[in-house]
Design a protein around this ligand. Structure first.
Ligand code: SF4
Length: 452
């Protein structure tokens, strides 16, 4: 019989950078309690699926995956299967009923108590019996949202030796009508700046040179009188840190002061993610985005004036309820005008509990039409992106090597402007900065040649 290490955990994460960071946090919390981290579910006795609730499609995928993982419990009934993150928070007890073999559902504010809850499941200390006839232990739902939990004082286990995600804020105070985040992650909670800075000092001492500050609306950060651009400047000046990025900012909080700090501090990368969502004012109003096309364009202009060579990326949702063909065309027009370096494009996905679900039925765009609009949007974006990137072929860029590439002998890295580059280099180049000639592009990523 195979011997499995005692108390080992496998965390499988879906979704955004904040969720990836939460996965590292859960690993760190459990490692501090004596757990080992496994690289496969077959090797672990605690399996956590860390989920995203932003789109219906992502939730369906996760439910399918949780069903697959149930197979592990058939051979080893002692395995604890948990679902954590935004989807766990959204579905809560419903998820326990739909998947009665799941032992634990835990929302994003419950991770501090993870070791304790796992022990309860192991010892059967909870009085709630399992709903599954096939399962003996209790099922647990940990779903309280907190107005202060920001995981201060806990250790995150960092999966990359090169860069680090640093959450500085959790939750969101906005109420964009399509978005589930404020309901599953609660209101905005900011960490103290001195805690953030001392964590980044430790990151630098560990040899990592790139940090990405994370928050749902990261640039609305404010704690004890320190606002985002102050914190950003201090982070950029920490010895050993060579690249600073942040995501995801809200356009309304992109201030001249923030852009000036970005322009002045050489360690802040000339890269900005600016979620547009739609290129039509009526749609933006229905989304409750609180800016107009004109004010968005002003921010883009100011950013480009202050930060030469700035690389811009965005998020766009098509087929939001009530979006007409001509309003969608406005988005395409704006895309052609701004020319983003990258764009994350989505069809509107209805999320129960969000205000957009209450629009009149006739506002909802048919699935076929939504798919057509998405396909057109992707086509326009890809052709713009290919033009931008083709014009950059021939440049020499500083690349931070992040990992091995798909092909043997190849490594993958990023430029300061967040462009992915694949090139031939020894694996021990990982973690180093290299001068790379961009020799070609697939449209989205680059091929390069290492210079001496
Ligand atoms: S700003 Fe809007 S889209 Fe972003 S997390 Fe908050 S509610 Fe969601």
């Amino acid at each position: 019989m195979t011997e499995f290490p005692k108390k080992s955990v496998y965390v499988e994460t879906y979704g955004c950078q904040m969720n990836i960071s939460d996965g590292e946090l859960m690993e760190g919390i459990l490692v501090d309690e004596g757990y080992e981290v496994s690289s496969s579910p077959e090797q672990a006795d605690v399996v956590l699926v860390n989920t995203c609730a932003i789109r219906e499609h992502a939730e369906e995928r996760v439910l399918g995956r949780v069903g697959q993982l149930y197979a592990l419990k058939k051979n080893r009934p002692e395995v604890i299967l948990g679902v954590t993150g935004c989807m766990a928070q959204r579905l809560g007890e419903v998820l326990l009923k739909r998947a009665p073999y799941v032992d634990l559902v835990m929302g994003p504010d419950g991770y501090r108590s993870l070791p304790e809850q796992l022990n309860k499941i192991r010892t059967g200390a909870n009085s709630v019996p399992s709903r599954s006839p096939k399962k003996r232990g209790p099922q647990l739902a940990v779903l309280d949202l907190s107005i202060e939990e920001n995981y201060e004082g806990l250790t995150q286990r960092r999966s990359s030796q090169v860069g680090a995600w640093v959450p500085i804020q959790r939750g969101c105070n906005h109420r964009c009508t399509f978005c589930i985040v404020p309901y599953v992650r609660g209101p905005e909670k900011n960490r103290k700046s001195r805690e953030v800075l001392s964590e980044i000092q430790e990151i630098a001492e560990s040899g990592r040179t790139e940090v990405t500050l994370l928050g749902q609306t990261v640039n609305s950060y404010e704690s004890e009188g320190v606002v985002f651009h102050d914190l950003l400047r201090s982070v950029a000046r920490i010895p050993g840190i060579r690249r600073v990025r942040f995501t995801s900012p809200h356009p309304n909080d992109v201030t001249p002061e923030l852009l000036e700090v970005m322009a002045e501090e050489p360690n802040i990368c000339e890269q900005l993610h600016l979620p547009l969502q739609s290129g039509n004012d009526m749609v933006l109003r229905r989304m409750l985005r609180r800016y107009t096309v004109e004010t968005f364009l002003e921010k883009v202009q100011l950013a480009r004036n202050l930060i030469p060579g700035l690389s811009l990326s965005t998020d766009i949702i098509v087929a939001f309820p009530g979006e007409t063909e001509s309003q969608f065309e406005d988005t395409l027009r704006l895309l052609r005008e701004i020319r983003f370096d990258d764009a994350y494009t989505y069809k509107y996905s209805l999320r129960d509990g969000t205000p957009a679900t209450r629009f009149p039925q006739e506002y909802f765009v048919s699935k076929d039409e939504a798919q057509n609009r998405l396909a057109k949007l992707i086509e326009v974006h890809r052709s713009i992106q290919a033009e931008i990137n083709e014009a950059e072929v021939g440049r020499t860029e500083e690349v931070l090597v992040e990992k091995e590439g798909r092909k043997s002998g190849q490594v993958l890295g990023r430029t300061r402007r967040n462009k992915a580059v694949a090139f031939i280099a020894p694996a021990d180049a990982i973690g180093t900065y290299q001068q790379v000639l961009l020799t070609g592009t697939t449209g989205a990523t680059f091929m390069g040649e290492l210079l001496d």
